[in-house]
Design a protein around this ligand. Structure first.
Ligand SMILES: N[C@@H]1[C@@H](O)[C@H](O)[C@@H](COP(=O)(O)O)O[C@@H]1O
Length: 251
């Protein structure tokens, strides 16, 4: 896993946006894997601004989000459908039917997981996957202990994840207990991966990620086995390391 160390959140966003625009502006068909949470917000707002100012088109871009809560309607403000619609989808010209998130409201969740996995395969796989990192090292909603061979599946969220995501909900009781997430193996099939780490609350898990062996108890550690994975981390997220590498160093 390559490590790019950046000064601050602006630099993190600019680095990732440049990589995405490289692909999108190539004019070739591209499948993007997208993440939610606070970290990618500045990336989406910069993409929207770029499309407004420079007219970048997304007509050949298809998207697959990592995850969605079980039981939240796509219209619910806390749903990842709603987040993506507001942050990106409604502002740029994706092809009709080109944006995908798992449906957490369906009666048959297992079937939905199979369909989501099949849709990714049918589209030709993910070219570029964006990832945030949970405070417990999760990627997507793959909590510690998830098998590295997992495919899209239903998960029970860890209490630490529900606590971390409470800020997006009116009341703690409203934070869903389950979600659908791409599996670890689904994520690892992506041709290129960017793991973004922002803020001091990620310093502890980032230090563990860089210092510890690859293990299912720290899901993000699997990325060290990916040939094209890069972690882009702000100074604040690297504060838990005594001596960290500089740009381009392999973690
Ligand atoms: N399911 C999402 C993850 O995909 C995300 O990476 C993580 C970190 O979010 P944040 O960027 O808000 O710290 O939160 C959620 O749990």
């Amino acid at each position: 896993m390559r490590l790019i160390r950046v000064r601050d959140y602006d630099a993190l966003c600019e680095t990732v946006v440049a990589k995405i625009l490289d692909r999108v502006q190539s004019g070739s068909r591209v499948n993007l894997g997208l993440a939610t949470g606070s970290t990618p917000r500045g990336i989406y707002s910069r993409l929207v601004e770029d499309a407004r100012v420079n007219g970048t088109s997304y007509r050949r871009v298809h998207t697959f989000n990592l995850d969605e809560y079980v039981g939240l309607s796509p219209k619910a403000p806390e749903s990842y459908h709603h987040y993506m619609e507001e942050a990106l989808f409604r502002h740029v010209d994706f092809p009709r039917g080109g944006t995908h998130l798992p449906d957490g409201t369906t009666a048959n969740l297992e079937e939905e997981c199979r369909k989501y996995e099949a849709a990714i395969q049918a589209a030709g796989g993910i070219d570029l996957q964006l990832l945030g990192i949970g405070v417990n090292g999760h990627i997507g909603f793959n909590e510690p202990g998830t098998s590295f061979s997992s495919r899209t599946h239903v998960v029970t969220l860890a209490e630490s994840t529900r606590r971390a995501n409470r800020r997006f909900f009116d009341h703690p009781h409203n934070v869903p207990k389950r979600a659908i997430t791409m599996g670890v193996a689904t994520i690892m099939d992506s041709r290129e991966i960017f793991l973004m780490a922002s803020g001091s609350d990620k310093a502890e898990i980032v230090a563990r990620l860089l210092n510890e062996e690859v293990s299912e108890s720290l899901p993000a550690s699997v990325l060290k086995r990916h040939p094209q994975a890069t972690m882009i981390a702000e100074e604040t997220a690297l504060a838990g390391l005594s001596a960290v590498g500089t740009e381009g160093k392999h973690a």
